[in-house]
Design a protein around this ligand. Structure first.
Ligand code: GTQ
Length: 352
């Protein structure tokens, strides 16, 4: 048996020898796993992203200021990135997703381009604003959920008298994680198709005879708010309520019943006035945008008071609890479809 004194001495010597060893092997691009394993293979998710709330009036004011400082043409896309303070400088709202608010002033256009990154929009304010995706134009109205699948040409415009503002969500960090980004602008964009064509074909619980899947994304360009809102109202009346989510609908690819895009899924939920959700969490960090009503949420220890158009983010595995002061409708999106495909997604309802 060694005496305590000799143990201390030898451990100090060992530790010095180890440090020298680590420095030596670093020169050969080697590192000791035993020093890193706890952080690498954590017992539960350890997201760098923090819970954050953006109050719409403040973000809107900043956007309009940007609108006075530069044109949509100069900016290519006049977007203020919702950047998570835990991921400062990385243009990310979560570890896997980008989000921003885009502004088009009356008469402005954002020219056509395409990229590998998949994008979605939630239209917040304005009238006669549109997006054209692979030649199909859709007019966007408040609460509409619009897709721009990977590698589709898209351009935006505002023919109305007021500023048009919407929320953008993109899977840019996922694409860049895989170093798989391509993009191009200008050039030969697809020929114009009749406006709202995909809504007629895929938007009414019907499918064209011989409809075939030609993409990993939904063929429906615009999921209208009115239709979703009616379903939520009926489901609320008819019940039951989910303890975590109130009444919640997932936006679906009508050809498969699966998520709208391979990497990003979206949902819309109604919380009845006075509703207090059970505490729940899941591995998909989620961005929430308030479409109607006001209330508050506790997210991993942070408490947020939200109202119409506010946006907040719940990091992976942060426990979420929502309270609706009035009847509220909340849109949300996350990387859940990507996680499900990789066998990673988990959720848990906490005992109250
Ligand atoms: O509207 O095409 O927020 O390409 C970020 C990148 C929006 C867009 C963003 C984009 C767009």
């Amino acid at each position: 048996m060694t005496s305590p004194t000799s143990t201390r001495t030898s451990s100090a010597r060992d530790s010095e020898a180890r440090e020298i060893f680590y420095e030596e092997i670093a020169k050969q691009n080697l590192a000791p796993l035993w020093q890193r394993i706890a952080g690498l293979v954590s017992r539960s998710p350890q997201p760098a992203a923090q819970p954050v709330l953006w109050k719409y009036p403040a973000v809107r004011a900043a956007l309009l200021e940007a609108g006075a400082l530069l044109s949509a043409e100069e900016a290519e896309r006049r977007v203020l990135i919702l950047e998570n303070p835990g991921l400062r400088g990385r243009s990310q709202i979560t570890g896997s997703l980008f989000a921003g608010l885009q502004l088009l002033m009356p008469g402005e256009q954002a020219d056509a381009h395409r990229h590998v990154a998949s994008a979605l929009r939630l239209f917040l304010e304005g009238s006669k604003a549109y997006t054209t995706v692979n030649g199909e134009k859709t007019m966007m109205e408040r609460g509409d959920f619009v897709l721009t699948p990977s590698w589709t040409w898209h351009e935006h415009g505002n023919d109305g008298p007021d500023p048009a503002i919407w929320l953008d969500g993109l899977d840019v960090p996922i694409v860049n994680f895989f170093d798989a980004s391509f993009s191009e602008g200008g050039g030969a964009t697809p020929a114009a198709k009749p406006a709202h064509d995909s809504e007629a074909r895929y938007g009414g619980g019907l499918l064209p005879e011989n409809a075939e899947r030609s993409s990993l994304s939904s063929p429906l360009l615009n999921y209208r708010y009115g239709r979703a809102r009616e379903s939520l109202a009926t489901m609320q009346r008819n019940g039951p309520l989910d303890a975590c989510h109130g009444v919640k609908l997932r936006y679906a690819n009508p050809l498969t019943g699966g998520a709208v895009m391979p990497t990003i899924g979206a949902a819309i939920q109604l919380l009845p006035a006075g509703f207090d959700s059970a505490p729940c969490h899941s591995t998909d960090a989620t961005i929430f945008a308030v479409v109607e009503g006001h209330g508050s949420s506790e997210i991993g220890g942070a408490k947020f008071e939200w109202a119409e158009n506010d946006i907040f983010v719940a990091p992976s595995w942060a426990v979420r609890r929502h309270h609706a002061s009035t009847e509220a409708v909340i849109f949300s999106f996350s990387d859940r479809p990507a996680q499900e495909k990789l066998g990673l997604w988990r959720e848990e309802r906490k005992p109250v």
